[in-house]
Design a protein around this ligand. Sequence first.
Ligand code: SF4
Ligand code: ZN
Length: 312
Amino acid sequence: MNCTKCKTRAVIKLPRHHAAFCKDCFNGFVHDQVAKAVKSQKMFGKEARILVAVSGGKDSLALWDILLKLGYRADALYVNLGIGSYSERSHEKVRRFAEAIAAPLGAALHTHTVEQEEGAGIRELAMLVHRPTCSTCGTIKRYQFNRAAIEHEYDVMATGHNLDDEAARLLGNVLHWQEDYLDKQSPSLPASVEGFAKKVKPLYRLTERELAAYCVLNKIDYIVEECPMAQGAKTLLYKEVLNRLETESPGTKHTFYWGFLDRSRKETGSQATMEQKDRTALHPCQTCGQPTTAEICSYCKLMTRAKTPSVS
Ligand code: SF4
Ligand code: ZN
């Protein structure tokens, strides 16, 4: 098998693109896909200060690496969730990448430690407030990433969501006709109100397999295992189903998600309506000042409940 571009020995085959690439041409392909995503979705310009949400997994470390290699000003934030040895190992992967690859390119790593800042690890906090761990985690991560982006004056926040993540999320939203979520599913969400950072997903054109290959070929050491709390998550089932379809019919995920993006683009004004809705519904949280639709934001409510001793 030879590289479709330069005809030397290929190291990876990409059936959905009817192509095979050697290492250099594959890196070029990955960088091109990210550059296209940034340009077509108007994510950010060359001068923007970007904050990448890193977890220690392949997607977020690949994203940080690619943005730096493309010459962007990208720092990162790692949230240590306090999930025993899993968090220790993922933190170590992030620290090593930051020291060896990001720091020499002038990029900084910010760290937020849930046990220090919120008083307990994510599992304990979830138990204290009687909520599922992943929903507690989502509230804390969303809040802390947005806060860091605003406080450190980043122009945009980038996450490592890839094509598999977005297609699985779309499948879940369509299966349950979650229209509100469908309205907000986009690779680029503007900073609709003051106090909310713009959020982008520059990896939406690349699959999990392509990103894993990018890390392996470029010797980016990442945590292979999933977060232990992810077991049984519906998203994993949706990904499995889509992978089966993809094996039978390469390009399925791509067609499914691209079709959705094309249709949402045609719905002229839907983004504007969404922004308008956000603008009128949001005001500052009475406790912390971050934008919220209620008097007190969900993070502050969660922290109050976690600190209130249980009467039972
Ligand atoms: Fe957080 Fe759940 Fe994801 Fe783990 S699986 S990082 S707990 S949302
Ligand atoms: Zn608040």
